[in-house]
Every structure is written in structure tokens, then in C-alpha cells.
Design a protein around this ligand. Sequence first.
Ligand code: CP3
Length: 344
Amino acid sequence: MPEQSDSQKLLLQTLRGRKTDKTPVWLMRQAGRHLPEYRDLRARKGGFLELCYDPEAAAEVTMQPVRRYGFDGAILFSDILIVPHAMGQKLWFETGEGPRLSPRLVDAALSSLEAAPEHFEAIYTTIRNVASQLNDETTFMGFAGSPWTVSTYMTHGQGSKDHAVTRRYAYQDEAAFSELINAIVENTVEYLLGQIAAGVEAIQLFDSWSGSLSPAQFEKWVIAPNAAIISHIKSKCPDVPVIGFPKGAGDKLPAYARETGADAIGLDETINPVLADKNLPKDIPVQGNLDPLALIAGGEALEKSASHILRTFEDRPHVFNLGHGILPDTPIEHVEKLLTLVRK
Ligand code: CP3
């Protein structure tokens, strides 16, 4: 990437550890359900997964929030469950309920799956489509789910509240579970290197369910596999920043920051920004962490929370974001109001 165009990208600069004049902003799950133009396109294409595997439509959904709001980051429209699909599980989405995967990897062995790496190809085509449309100021982000989070879906066969099946499996058959985690690491590395080759400029690793683990299990199933993925990526693409987002990590966040090699740390909304600023290495960029419900509420709740976050991270590289994904019933005007607050 030429120096010239990089220097205009606030988000990329910030993820590389520079404090820029303005705070870059994007929102997790910005590409999707809160936008009427997304809901229209999904209805026309017949469903969510159909959209993910349609490189033109998926590029369009990636661009929609960037066009509407002028965010500093474009996040690839896809899903973390593309990796289990490519590893050979069946994947579908039940309307109004969420993802289903089969066979569940507590009922069937990993070795019984027939890998389908061709699923990655459509995603790479989406990336090339987006890269050809994006302006010089917007940073293009790829992503993957982290192995622990992905394994909860692969073992339960769907979303779960407390991930009990997975946690039990990890204790009862550590060797088999470890094999599953290693296989996810391997596929995720291949997938992320493919995303980078196709044109993404930064990566986010979503460990959305890392909050359900005890400290010792967190070391094994969150820190170690994320560190393995990051070191593989860094050995091939040292200049591509990686944002680690261990949602629910709480007091394990400093260890995650020290031990994984992530370039930037995503904070969920339960993290106190003042404590995060105090307890994380001074030079590491942070991302977050407005409560998605404060964005829905708007008004004073939104203004107060957003300015507290901005003030707290005034002296370190900071990417403004939510603490988790934007919710479907978020009013468009509240997002616009937030952007005014962050950019003023
Ligand atoms: O951030 C973005 O806008 C990019 C696209 C993106 C999606 N999913 C699109 C999506 C990203 C980065 C994800 C990540 C993802 N997917 C996570 C981790 C992040 C998080 O929010 O914790 C997880 C756990 C998934 C798995 C998943 N995908 C579930 C459980 C569901 C159903 C529940 C839900 O949130 O809708 C999905 C579906 C999904 N992924 C939708 C979108 C836009 C909604 C599908 C639709 O209704 O059109």
C-alpha cells in the first residue's frame, strides 16, 4: 500500500499506534440489520447467507454504512461462521432464531467432516469488489471469529447462553477439544491471509464469548489460540494491524493485551475506560466502548457516555466504537448524532 494513501487513513494510523488529531470511528455490525437499505437487499436476495456468498451484494452491504455515514472503517460483510462452513459443517440460519450447524462436534468427530475451502473464494471476491470501490480515507477491515467463540457454535450446533456443552467438553476431553481448537486456528490463519491477499488492511478477531471461561481456561482457549493466529499473521504480514476483541474478558484483559500480540484491544461496554486506560500498556491503541443501548436511548445518555469515553482516551490512540454490535432498532439519527459528537 503506498505511503501516500495510508497517511490519509485515520483508522489505520491509529491502529498503528499513532495519536491522530481526530478520533476514527466505526461500529461493530454496522453492515446489516439497522439499515433499511440492507433489509431491502436481503429481502431481494432471499436471505442472510445468500447475501454473504453473493460477492456483488456483499460488497454493496459493506459499502452501505460507509456511504451513509462516512465511517473511517469499512468492515467486510460476512460472518464468523463461514469458517465452520468451510471446515465441512452444514450451516443455515433459522429466521428470527439464528445460526444452525450440523453435525454438532460433540456427536460427530472432526475427522468425519469433508472440508469445503471453496466457500472462502466468494468472500475473497467480495473483498476485491470492495477494495475497488473504497475511497482513500476509509480503512478496509477483514475479520474472523476467535477459536473459542467459533467452537461454541460448532459444538452446540447453534448459539447458546452459557456455552456449557463446550466448557464441559474442554474439561472432559481436553485432547479432542484441543484438536478442534487447533483446526480452527489453522483454517482461520488460511482465511485471514486470503483476506489480506484480496485487499483488507486490518483484521479484527471477535472472541464474543470469551467471558464464560475461568482464568485457567481463558489462558488455554482464548489467549493461546489468539496468540497463535496473530503470530502466524505477523510472520507473513507484519504491517497489517490486528484488533483483538475478547468480549467479557474483564480483569483478564491486561494478560490478553500482553500475551496475544494484538496491536489494538477492543473493549466491551462493561469495561471501565478509566481502569482500562490505567491497566493496559500505555502505547497500545484501544477501541470502544459505548453501550449499544446508550446509542438506542440517545439524548443525554448518549452524550454523557460518549464524551466520557472520548475524554478518558484523549492521550492514547483510540478508535471510537460500541462495546458490542449495533442493535437492529437503533435510530439512524442517533448514529448521526454520535458521529457529530466524536468529530467535533
Ligand atoms: O460487523 C459487521 O457489520 C460485519 C458483518 C458481521 C456479521 N456478523 C453479519 C451478520 C460480523 C463481523 C459478524 C460477526 C459475528 N457473527 C459474531 C461476532 C460478533 C458479535 O456480534 O458478537 C457472531 C457471534 C456471529 C454469529 C451470528 N451471525 C449470529 C449468532 C447471528 C444471528 C443473531 C444476530 O445477531 O443476528 C448472525 C447473523 C448475522 N451476522 C446478521 C448479520 C448482519 C443478521 C442476519 C440478518 O438478520 O440479516
